[in-house]
Design a binder for this molecule. Structure first.
Ligand SMILES: NC(=O)c1ccc[n+]([C@@H]2O[C@H](COP(=O)([O-])OP(=O)(O)OC[C@H]3O[C@@H](n4cnc5c(N)ncnc54)[C@H](O)[C@@H]3O)[C@@H](O)[C@H]2O)c1
Ligand SMILES: CC(C)[C@H](C(=O)O)[C@@H](O)C(=O)O
Ligand SMILES: [Mg+2]
Length: 364
């Protein structure tokens, strides 16, 4: 298969982890006989420095003509520490999602058995947890009208949802549930928010078209509690942009670390694949970031955008193999991890690539 993949490393550890994600894609191409070509584009802080625009036109036009996108992360302490700056790296990410119509963000919470002890949650609570989040990605308070008034003494962000926005992501979530454990938990704040009442009303209507799927509705506050209390009670979780952002960072603790969670953003056009984590200023440049979220995002890319199931599975098996052999980056290590199995970012990439070759030989 011949495909073009655009890499957007972005800022901080985004650059470090996408290097490994790309190497894994190159290895897959070599092992399975595909021709993947790669190009790069700027986004975030670096793009602001070069063009004063976090999503330059050149980047956007590249993205509109590529077959899939592997994105790292954006964000820089300069902006986090100065809320008065008007041009900000995260605007590039949000504009990209909107311009490309990427309204559905799939965030699988996959707990590798080998990492049962890496989490701060008790293993007996975690074992068997397997959740697929559908986070709405181009609506909500993120994209509602925002501004300041009263001489800068008041600020507002409008939380807004349109019926069609809820319908289209609800259909995606229910369809996914049909091939899983047939349960959708819709999360909202319908006891307080009008936009959540529309959300619940529309989800109830869509649910009627999927009689084989059980639907339940939870309020965001209680869902945040139940996610940790009993993660196995969730199958597909359907929620809005803001609630989904928060709940999935929380859910990363089910998988052991932020460095383990991949995501796929899909919609009308090209698919974008990215870790759920950010640019992680606290560890940038140290070479210790866990690249598995980017590598697992590459697996989602092959599966969802290119339909390459065997190749996507090979990556997951390689991750399992490396974890089973006891290798860890610092974020997923525990007291029992021996020193010689502690890996930096590049070493983890190396081992996954090596493991892939072994798996491919055994498939052949
Ligand atoms: N998609 C994105 O581009 C995205 C997502 C979240 C945050 N951000 C941006 O990133 C910056 C930092 O935000 P934050 O610190 O709140 O969130 P973060 O996700 O960058 O980091 C949260 C914590 O998780 C750790 N962590 C994250 N990824 C890791 C990995 N791969 N391996 C090991 N540890 C990892 C970090 O060291 C940190 O302690 C901000 O500027 C924020 O706006 C961007
Ligand atoms: C950086 C930020 C705009 C982004 C979001 O809130 O969507 C991030 O937290 C994420 O989860 O991808
Ligand atoms: Mg987030």
């Amino acid at each position: 298969m011949k495909k073009k993949i655009t890499i957007l490393p972005g800022d901080g550890i985004g650059k470090e982890v996408t290097t490994e994600g790309k190497r894994v894609l190159q290895k897959i191409a070599e092992l399975f006989g595909h021709e993947f070509t790669f190009d790069y584009a700027a986004i975030g802080h670096d793009a602001i420095e070069a063009t004063n625009n976090p999503l330059p036109d050149e980047t956007l036009s590249k993205l509109k003509s590529t077959d899939a996108i592997l994105f790292g992360a954006v964000g820089h302490p300069k902006y986090d520490n100065d809320p008065t700056l008007k041009v900000r790296p995260e605007q590039g990410l949000l504009k990209m999602r909107k311009e490309l119509g990427l309204y559905a963000n799939l965030r699988p919470i996959k707990l590798f058995d080998e990492l049962l002890h890496a989490s701060s949650i008790k293993p007996e609570i975690l074992k068997g947890a397997d959740i697929l989040f559908f986070r709405e990605l181009t609506g909500d308070v993120y994209f509602g009208e925002k501004g300041r008034k009263n001489n800068d003494n008041t600020a507002y962000d409008l939380m807004i949802y349109h019926r069609y926005e809820i319908e289209r992501i609800a259909h995606k979530a229910f369809k996914a549930a049909q091939s899983r454990r047939k349960k959708v938990t819709s999360v909202d704040k319908a006891n307080v928010l009008e936009s959540s009442r529309l959300w619940r009303e529309v989800v109830q209507q869509v649910a009627k078209e999927y009689p084989d799927v059980t639907v339940e509705h939870q309020f965001i506050d209680s869902a945040a509690m139940k996610l940790i209390q009993n993660p196995r009670s969730f199958d597909v979780v359907l929620t809005g942009n803001l609630f989904g952002d928060i709940l999935t960072d929380e859910a990363s603790q089910i998988a052991g670390s932020m460095g383990m969670l991949a995501s796929a953003s899909i919609g009308d056009t090209v698919g974008l694949y990215e870790p759920i984590h950010g640019s992680a200023h606290d560890i940038t440049g140290k070479g210790i970031a866990n690249p598995l979220a980017s590598i697992l995002s590459a697996s989602l890319l092959l599966d969802i955008s290119f339909g390459l199931k065997e190749e996507a599975t090979a990556i997951i098996q390689a991750v399992e193999g490396v974890l089973r052999a006891g290798f860890r980056t610092v974020d997923i290590a525990d007291a029992t991890t021996p020193k010689d199995k502690m890996l930096n970012t590049q070493m983890m990439g190396d081992l996954i690539v090596k493991e892939l070759s072994a798996i491919n030989v055994s498939i052949a």
